[in-house]
Design a protein around this ligand. Sequence first.
Ligand code: DX5
Ligand code: ZN
Length: 221
Amino acid sequence: MTVMIAPSILSADFARLGEEIAMLEAAGADWIHVDVMDGHFVPNLTFGTKVIETVRRVTSLPIDVHLMVVAPERYFDDFAAAGATGLTIHPEVSPHLHRQLGRIRELGCAAGAALNPSTPLDAVVEVVPDLDLLLVMTVNPGFGGQRFIAPMVDKVRRARELLDRSGSDAWLQVDGGINRDTIVPTWQAGADSFVAGNAVFAASDPGAEIGALRARCAVHV
Ligand code: DX5
Ligand code: ZN
């Protein structure tokens, strides 16, 4: 199975964003993960269209946008036009998930749904055919550098079963506290896309860390 490493620029040095992204690309990152937070769904506030446009300008890698915002549909058109490759929304604040995921696809983007640790998988059971990505949060969203919630490994395993049972080829992503240790059980449980912020950017050699994370999956096939 393919391993997709998606460094989160939340932990990047914003004074050097262009260089940081060039470094990630040269180091073999597969996707660039952009965490959009609105200060309502999550306490933190981050970035919007302008940053997505900036990332698009400096890389040809897919841009994986994680919307931790209420009423995310307000941003679909702008983010798609800014160059987002995928838009991932939270069912907790997306009551019309079927329509919202459909709209993301209509805009030519990959449609993702992200589940908070306390949100059951049932929240996406009815929309599996509408998903290109399912994100199982392994921390409560809002901040980088938090500790991995170990019981989420079993949720990843059940999410893998759900996707396989449904004949879905959607990516199964994990996000939050992913590092050399925690990537192994999530990979073994069936995740194939790994967001990493702190693990990459706090490493002494951030570029090498991307390869190290990938290698941890290769030795645990
Ligand atoms: C958390 C964000 C994550 C975050 C991951 O709310 O969705 O993408 O940046 O950061 P780390 O890897 O530091 O937990
Ligand atoms: Zn994220």
